[in-house]
Design a protein around this ligand. Structure first.
Ligand SMILES: C[S@@+](CC[C@H](N)C(=O)[O-])C[C@H]1O[C@@H](n2cnc3c(N)ncnc32)[C@H](O)[C@@H]1O
Length: 396
């Protein structure tokens, strides 16, 4: 993540990317016309991010790494996947060799690291399932894994739908933050509003309108219970879609662990007065800014996660919230220090590179504090190693 920048100082956009963005704007304009003049913000985000063949996650652009827009934890350092593997091994010790299901596998690097690590322990899963919404990333994952771990490719299965039943470990790193959110505005007279996208002089603009559902009003009333003096015009986001996703996961999971890693806060922190303009961020070539309408389809639009909402949704569906903590503490609990000590000390260059990566993962001013991990269980021991260094689940 970076500091929010003035949009005038963003890097230049190449012509191909700009043409792609224009096509996405056209799709958005068509949806606006079809719906009589405006669409909800979450509908805008859905088209900009996921429109088949055009949206951000299904376009030809590089997304991850130095040449893309952002870099995720498994891309930064193999320690991330190695620590997660330690948590998986603890579950396997109870369930025996089981399955893994990764949502939103990005470039495929986390799957690669976890499978290589489990192989070392002779604990390969029966199947490593991947469910990713993006056809082009699914192809990219297959290409990478076929090249890097060809002998394990038969253990990987790409799913077209979320299965009805599953036993094992479910992982999703930086997936919830990519889900479309509703944007809302609090009003002191209780006539809260929602943000819609419409056209003005042939340009996309944001415009307030009435709330689109009673369920959003309920969430806003709950937030006001936490912050009774929330200021008039306070603007933020609510991720209503994640509840449906959690319902599907909860119905699917028969026994096992769900591990979700993302940046975000408890509900109380999420809606602090200081966040009065919300928690939505846009990334374009590693520069952070706050205008989601700038380059639809060629910039990342992402939103911090309200982990209290996530925890409550799982609990309402009968699953246990077993742990919640900062990424730094989670990795420490999974034995990061001992993994670091196992590095080949004679390879100085490797030590320097790996140390830099590790620092990125755990330092509070990098990813260590703003990124959180939540562990949800069903039918397994709730004392998860990942939350042994710190467990803040009571703060949710
Ligand atoms: C920010 S990237 C993270 C990628 C990867 N997990 C990592 O850590 O590098 C988000 C990923 O989630 C996928 N995705 C977004 N929404 C999804 C959903 N509802 N179900 C499954 N995959 C989704 C995207 O296609 C992409 O692969």
């Amino acid at each position: 993540m970076g500091l929010i920048q003035d949009i005038n100082s963003l890097p230049p956009v190449d012509r191909m990317a700009l043409a792609n963005s224009r096509e996405v704007i056209l799709l958005i304009a068509q949806a606006i016309a079809k719906q009589g003049g405006r669409i909800r913000f979450d509908q805008f985000m859905d088209i900009a991010m996921f429109a088949p063949g055009r949206g951000y996650y299904d376009s030809i652009n590089s997304i991850f790494g130095d040449k893309g827009d952002f870099t995720t934890a498994p891309e930064i350092s193999p320690f991330f996947g190695q620590c997660i593997t330690q948590q998986i091994l603890q579950i396997m010790a109870q369930m025996g060799r089981t399955n893994i299901l990764e949502f939103g596998a990005g470039s495929g690097i986390l799957a690669q690291t976890i499978l290589m690590e489990l192989e070392k322990y002779d604990q390969l899963p029966h199947t490593y399932f991947i469910y990713d919404i993006s056809p082009s990333l699914r192809k990219r994952q297959y290409g990478r894994l076929k090249k890097t771990i060809p002998h394990l490719i038969d253990r990987l299965v790409w799913l077209k739908d979320i299965p009805e039943s599953f036993n094992g470990v479910i992982i999703a790193n930086e997936v919830i933050d990519a889900m479309p959110v509703h944007k809302v505005v609090f009003r002191q007279n209780q006539n809260h509003e929602e943000i819609y996208i419409t056209l003005s002089n042939n340009k996309l603009v944001q415009k307030e309108g009435p709330l689109s559902s009673l369920n959003i009003k309920k969430e806003m009333d709950d937030i006001i219970q936490l912050w009774p003096n929330i200021e008039d015009g306070y603007s933020s986001e609510i991720n209503m879609g994640v509840k449906q996703w959690i319902l599907q996961i909860s119905q699917m999971l028969q026994r096992g662990l769900v591990l979700l890693i993302d940046y975000g806060f408890t509900r109380k922190d999420y809606y602090q007065p200081i966040h009065h303009q919300g928690n939505l961020m846009c990334y374009f070539q590693h520069c952070a800014h706050d205008d989601p309408l700038l380059y639809p389809g060629i910039q990342d639009v992402t939103c911090h996660v309200d982990f209290s909402l996530v925890a409550r949704a799982f609990q309402e569906n009968g699953l246990n919230v077993s742990g919640y903590t900062n990424q730094g503490f989670f990795l420490a609990g999974c034995g990061l220090e001992s993994l670091y000590q196992q590095l080949d000390q004679s390879d100085e260059q490797k030590i320097i590179t790996e140390t830099r990566g590790l620092e990125q993962l755990i330092l509070p001013n990098a990813m260590g504090e703003v990124f959180k991990v939540i562990g949800i269980t069903k039918g397994v021991n709730e004392n998860l190693i990942g939350f042994s260094a710190s467990n803040l689940k009571d703060s949710l």
